[in-house]
Ligand binder design. Sequence first.
Ligand code: AMP
Length: 222
Amino acid sequence: MMNIVLLGPPGAGKGTQAQRLVNGRGMLQLSTGDMLREAVASGTPVGLKAKAVMEAGELVSDAIVSALIGERLDSAGDAGVIFDGFPRTRAQAEALDLLLAERGRSLDHVVEICVEEDALVERITGRFSCASCGTGYHDRFKQPRQEGVCDVCSSTDFCRRPDDNEQTVRTRLAEYRRKTEPILPYYNERTLVRRVDGMRSVDEVAARIDAVLDSSELVRGA
Ligand code: AMP
């Protein structure tokens, strides 16, 4: 039951890599961004509070996101968990330690996906997804094989996140630098951080992450 955090700026590829780990290893992806978007879409009290904050590219309160993670962890069963987009502040990192300890879990790795900031704006502003199955695409890097038709489910409906515009992306990057990067020393003290070069291809990044996860399995099995 391995528990890992995927850390990195918006657009680093955390969601893409988390999805691979879900498919390849049967791990559970807990993405606070996805949970908040669901809450906004269904108009829950949390969604009503979070909507404007997300549209501005700022961070939702630590209490809200930590509570969301706590609820989902309770239904994780024996699965290993990938924390994607959480924690984003020092207070959330401390909350996560507590939530895990209360459930007899602990963190095995914090995988930091490093990407040059100039590449991020282009990555984020070009992305879109299938409105039906959620498969991700990109204007420049990954168009559907047949224009306007999803490769996976053949839907012709696509959508873009409202916060994937350049102005909001700049705020999201600033929030990352100011509030999330300072978590690294907290995890570094416990030698949990593994740096991965996120400028490489999706497959190469996945291979590096696999190497990190497999090396610790060897140690455990020894
Ligand atoms: P993401 O999908 O991870 O890029 O998150 C989209 C937006 O949701 C962020 O820009 C924040 O407004 C909000 N959000 C997601 N996760 C968190 C978190 N752990 N703490 C605070 N706000 C978050």
